[in-house]
Ligand binder design. Sequence first.
Ligand SMILES: [Zn+2]
Length: 282
Amino acid sequence: MNIIFSEKCLEYSWPGHIEGPERVRKAFEFLKKKYVFLEPKPASMEELLKVHSREYVDLIKNARAGSYLDGDTPVPENIYEFARLSAGGAMLAAREKGFSLMRPPGHHAGRNGKALGAATLGFCYLNNIAIAVKSLDLQTLILDIDGHHGNGTQEIFLGDPKVTYVSLHRYPHYPGTGLRSQGNCLNFPLSYPAGDSLYLKTLDKALGQVDMTGIEVVGISAGFDAHQGDLASLGLSSEGYREIGIKVGALGKPTFGVLEGGYIGENISRDSHELIQGLEGK
Ligand SMILES: [Zn+2]
């Protein structure tokens, strides 16, 4: 699997914010010795509008640098350009069956911003995986392994006959959604500390509920904040991420990954490598 990355995504930050460049810089330094890297291009307005409303895209585009969209989600200078590039990274990952290591993350962003009654955008601006899935326009399974529920992704694809959304996440926890399954969105809330063993059993159960026959591609919303000690810890270890990769790889479908959360750079480095190795059956 190739890694999709541009060092431009390390250029923005917000003082004291947990979603900072260091989390990804460490992973970049670690992975660049092991993988081929591809440079993404920013997603176009037309590509963004397949997922988001014009009003919402304009809101991000015109937001005043230095302000906040909400209590969690600041407006660093040029955030619209960084968000477009991250969305473009996800699209390239989808096309190349690679892994996008770009920031900012995306799965809390819904069609018009905050999704399913959540209080904030949770450090997300544009929903990268949703934009990538729409760009392929294939029968898709989205597997969201970030420790938080991807409320934005669920909102965008609820009732969409081309997409099945499966999420394993900590509950009760931010953003407070994902307690029950609804239609094509299958939710598996877990309480801390689930640990590798219960998590992987739950993943088996989740994948067992998906009719895989028509699925043409699998997109992983790959957050690593369910790692022990991170923001939405479910007590997972790096070996757990390799096992997740092995299980998804065993589905035998073309697969790509898009970085979501994960705030401890050393863990993102190791966990993304383990996940990819697992996907490749190693
Ligand atoms: Zn998360």
